[in-house]
Design a protein around this ligand. Sequence first.
Ligand code: SF4
Length: 324
Amino acid sequence: MQAALSLAADGLKPVIVERSGAVGGKLRDWHRLFPTMTPAQEVLEEMAGRLEHAGVEVMLHTEVEGIGSKGVTLAEGKTLDAAAVIVASGFDIFDARLKEEYGYHVYDNVYTTVDIERMLNKGHVALHDGSAPRRIAFVHCVGSRDEKVNQRHCSKVCCITGVKQAMEMRELFPEAEIYNFYMDIRMFGPGYEELYQQAQQESGINFIRGRVSEASPTIDGRIQIKAEDTLVGRPMKMTVDMLVLIVGMKAAGGNERLAASCKGVTLAPSGFVAPKDMFAGSVETGAPGVFTAGAATAPKTIGESIAEGAMAAEKVVEYLKKAK
Ligand code: SF4
């Protein structure tokens, strides 16, 4: 959206090709954004309003098959002519069912952070039977930093998401005990470390360094988790009412098809699109005229994705000037 806005401001005619029925991507499902707790809807409405005002053409329900020499190939063999392409295809959410040991979609009351965002958006967070949880555990790094599921990268934004959601749970359930199980806490962004401190000191969230190895149901409908507290080197068990899996960002499923269609576009071992170089060419690919923005190349925050959108547009303008 930002790339299109910047291109339109430069007098060009961007077209957004969107597979779903609305622009905004995953932001449409999020409730409040870390670390400021800004409502996601506010950011979305502002961007969508600016797009409309700029008269940017948006093709909804339209799937891109690949990138050709004249633009993009759409389903049914149609082509959309374009002098340059910005790949802003984002990421997929790790499917928590692949971590069978946590029982997602098998046991009641095992959720992902994405489920929690949706529940927060609906204004109703509760256990399966409608009651309030008394003890909640968050598990960090589900589907990230995990060779077993072929996801070796750190998804970057999920530590702070876990902190944010734990604090939101504290607001909703003042009496609940809340635990976050982590391998390391990665607070890389401005205001993140401060929020983490606040979660511990003001919201009373318990952070335990340890990996949860398995979850199993108890006879009374609760969930027992096994973990090792790696700070004291002791295995531990805990029974909780709600287990929240902090799921990571996975390379978008369509990346392979995209790379196969266009010479010069290559993928990193993680499956994300490889930038031309990590420094001065971070929004360029090895194919002339093909650029990237946002999580197509790696896990990114929303702010970073917006900044990259503007940067990719700038690179397109430069490229078009040179190509004249
Ligand atoms: S950001 Fe935190 S939770 Fe997410 S993968 Fe990295 S270390 Fe794990």
